[in-house]
Each structure stands twice: as structure tokens, then as C-alpha cells.
Design a binder for this molecule. Structure first.
Ligand code: SAM
Ligand code: SF4
Length: 329
């Protein structure tokens, strides 16, 4: 069994974008009430008393849009200062980064993933559901600022949607030639966007690789991350190209992570909610940390079975009803 030492923490389910594959406008969302969100203090106490004693050392802050979380820098500092924290990363849409990158870096955040699905402002707006032409520019500025303040490696997440941004695969891949940036192509998943998703709305990673291979060449890279990406590079490029192929190439057997939702549900698998536990309610009811640890440990033991059940049946209802922003991407 894999060592499970990586916790993805969703800090908020709200977002300032409505990406069509994540929070489609057509889907009516209800948001977690502020009093139901885990507080910063509750997050830190859960890490200290439950997750770290169970061997967790790697944490990623996500959402919804984590930069919307009040007092984010304070939370980052508190997690970064825990002596056991080996890795603290954040995934963001980048829109607020131009103003926040320096303070997050100073607070102890060292790694960042920024989502950028298009280099064209109009296509970008089409994807994020916006009519405001300055949004791409502001996001791009956020990426440049993050790199300037020292986030390295800087990873850009890209979801390719046929007919929307698939003509940009080569331009996006080419960003790695002269920059130490890592582009990660994530296969589009049918999570919370059942109406939109069809066999034609996702492209297998191998098709994307093939395009890049024909144009620039592609070799396996020796840079490996914590996660499920298969990493390649264009020969002599400074950066790398990662492929996260959860649709075409199941990597459940390599999975080393669990997810804590913004309202305190611990979920064993992105695609399956079986076995989830409500840590926030237990914590607020005064359930002891030893009991919480035992519950989490039981969930970790069940995890491989849960992953493979999802893979083999592909039928868990949570797979289709919750959006990525609600689960914590
Ligand atoms: N708002 C932040 C952002 O966009 O980076 C963090 C949360 S977002 C849910 C995390 C990642 O999930 C993003 O890179 C996004 O592209 C990806 N994502 C969201 N919905 C997806 C889907 N249906 N299929 C594949 N990736 C998805
Ligand atoms: Fe927001 Fe990120 Fe989802 Fe886009 S992918 S709607 S930026 S949470």
C-alpha cells in the first residue's frame, strides 16, 4: 500500500471565475455557509493533532479559489512553521496573485500551481465565463509576479477542451522552451459538469503528447513531482511538460493523497465519497484527538479499496454531482 502523506485542503468553495468545466454557469451552486467553514485555528489543530501524527508532511491549499480565503497569509505562515511540514503548495487561478504573491512567499509558501487554459484573452474569457477583457492580462501578470518573487518550480495547469482551446496546445507547450515553467495538461473530467461532458469534450493525454512530439520532439524528463503527472520535456527546453491522465490512464495505485473539504469532510478519493468522515463536527463536539486519529487511520486503510472500486465501476454518484470547486481540486 502507498504511503499516504499528502493532504489537499480546500479553503473555500467559492470562486471569482466560473470555468465551464468546473463551475458551469448552468449549474446552480449552493455555497458552504461561513460558519460551516473550518476556521484557520481548526485547520492548524487538525494538522498538528491528527494528520501530522499519522505521518502527513505534504499539504496543498486549494478550493474554489483559495486566494479568496480571508487571512490566507496567516494560515500559510502557521502551516509553514509547523516543524513537520515538508512541502506546502497552493493551487490558484492566479487572478489575485499580482498583489498577493510576495506576501504568500514571505509567509512560507514555496510552491504554486496556476491554472491557465489559454493564451488568448477572448478564449480565456469564454472558458472562465467572463466578459471582462482585462481578466487574462491580470492573470498573466499574476503568473509573472509569482515567478519574479521566487516561486520555483512554477507550474501552470491546463485543461484542454476540443473546439475551445485545443488549437493552443503547441503554443502552451512552447512556453517551457525558454522559461523554467512546468506546464501540466490535465485531462478534462466529468465532475459536476455532466451536461457538458461527452466523449468529445476530452482529449487523451497521448493525443496531446503526439501533437507536441511531432512539432518539437518529446523526451521523458527526470524531474518527478509528488503527484500523478507523467513528466516529459521538449529536447533542450528549460521547463517540463506534465500529463495528468486520470481518464485515460488510471493512476489509483500511485495515489498518495486524501482531501479535506472546506467544511471539514475528509474524503479518501477525488472520485468517490464512500467512507468520508466529518472531522469538523467531531472537532466542534469535543471528540478527542485519539478518536479522530483512529477514524482517519481507518479511512486510510480503506482508501485503496475505495479507489479501485471507483475505477472499476465508474458509478459513484458524487462523481457526477459535485463540482471540482466543491470537492477541492
Ligand atoms: N481555483 C483554483 C484553480 O483554478 O487553480 C484551484 C481550484 S481548481 C478546482 C483546481 C484544478 O482543478 C484547476 O487546475 C482546474 O483546472 C482543475 N479542474 C477543475 N475542474 C476540472 C475538471 N472537470 N476536469 C479536470 N480538471 C479540472
Ligand atoms: Fe474557479 Fe478554479 Fe474552478 Fe476555475 S477551476 S471555476 S478558477 S475553482
Amino acid at each position: 500500500m502507498n504511503k499516504i502523506d499528502y493532504l489537499r485542503l480546500s479553503l473555500i468553495d467559492k470562486c471569482n471565475f466560473r470555468c465551464q468545466y468546473c463551475m458551469p454557469e448552468a449549474v446552480k451552486l449552493s455555497y458552504i455557509l461561513p460558519k460551516e467553514l473550518l476556521t484557520n485555528e481548526e485547520i492548524v489543530i487538525l494538522l498538528k493533532k491528527v494528520f501530522i501524527p499519522l505521518g502527513f508532511t505534504k499539504f496543498r491549499l486549494t478550493g474554489g479559489e483559495p486566494l479568496l480565503r480571508p487571512q490566507l497569509e496567516h494560515l500559510v505562515r502557521n502551516i509553514a512553521n509547523l516543524p513537520e511540514t515538508e512541502d506546502l503548495a497552493l493551487t490558484t487561478n492566479g487572478f489575485f496573485l499580482a498583489n498577493m504573491a510576495q506576501s504568500l512567499y514571505d509567509a512560507g509558501l514555496k510552491r504554486i500551481n496556476i491554472s491557465l487554459d489559454s493564451l488568448d484573452p477572448e478564449t480565456f474569457n469564454q472558458i472562465i465565463g467572463s466578459g471582462n477583457s482585462s481578466r487574462w492580462q491580470q492573470t498573466w501578470q499574476g503568473i509573472l509576479t509569482a515567478y519574479e518573487v521566487g516561486f520555483n518550480p512554477l507550474k501552470l495547469n491546463v485543461v484542454i477542451i476540443p473546439g475551445v482551446n485545443d488549437t493552443e496546445i503547441l503554443d502552451l507547450a512552447a512556453l517551457t522552451i525558454k522559461r523554467h515553467w512546468h506546464i501540466r495538461f490535465i485531462e478534462f473530467m466529468p465532475i459536476g459538469n455532466g451536461e457538458l461532458f461527452t466523449e468529445k469534450t476530452w482529449i487523451p493525454s497521448e493525443d496531446i503528447r503526439q501533437q507536441i512530439r511531432s512539432e518539437f520532439g518529446l523526451v521523458a524528463s527526470n524531474v518527478k513531482g509528488n503527484g500523478p503527472a507523467d513528466v516529459f520535456k521538449i529536447p533542450h527546453a528549460k521547463g517540463t511538460l506534465g500529463f495528468i491522465s486520470q481518464m485515460s490512464e488510471c493512476f489509483c495505485d500511485r495515489c498518495n493523497r486524501v482531501r479535506l473539504s472546506a467544511d471539514g469532510w475528509l474524503r479518501p478519493c477525488l472520485l468517490n465519497e464512500s467512507g468520508q468522515i466529518d472531522l469538523k463536527t467531531s472537532l466542534r463536539q469535543g471528540v478527542g484527538f485519539e478518536v479522530l486519529k483512529t477514524q482517519v487511520q481507518q479511512l486510510l486503510q480503506l482508501k485503496p479499496e475505495i479507489n479501485f472500486k471507483q475505477r472499476d465501476s465508474g458509478t459513484d454518484t458524487g462523481f457526477y454531482t459535485r463540482t471540482m470547486s466543491q470537492i477541492g481540486g
